[in-house]
Design a protein around this ligand. Sequence first.
Ligand code: ATP
Ligand code: MN
Length: 143
Amino acid sequence: MFETILYPTDFSDVAQKALTYIDRLKSSGATTVIIVHVIDARTLDLLVYAPAHYMTIEKDLREDAENKMAIVRKHLEKSGFDVIIRIEIGIPADVILQLEKEEDVSVIVLGSHGKSNIKEMFLGSVSERVIRSALKPVLVVKR
Ligand code: ATP
Ligand code: MN
């Protein structure tokens, strides 16, 4: 039923917690996890004010994401999943929703909150937009 899982992560504690539930989906037939991390283009846009640093900062962000991805990949492969990794630059919710359309996704698993994790917020802005517009079921892992 949930063969292919789309797992968007900002590598926050809450997103990390979602891994436990992905592992549990294994026993209900999940085989593949597409992990996606989006480098927020709006952060990079701010670097127009420091153009000399644009390339280094983009490279640093990408390398950082690749290193963290490698750890998540290892974990999921150990659990027996086929893993596909996507690191993209864009608006996080847009990229996640686009991937949902492009790939044969059965379920999206994400955190209710992420890096900001503001106490008063019911949901983060990325999870809110994804839950609102996704066509497939969404498993929201609470903080
Ligand atoms: P906000 O970003 O609105 O200040 P927040 O950081 O607490 O709030 P979200 O960013 O909505 O909350 O994060 C919720 C979940 O969305 C995360 O646990 C993660 O699963 C996913 N997510 C957030 N940002 C990204 C990203 N850049 N790339 C991939 N997935 C993301
Ligand atoms: Mn966030």
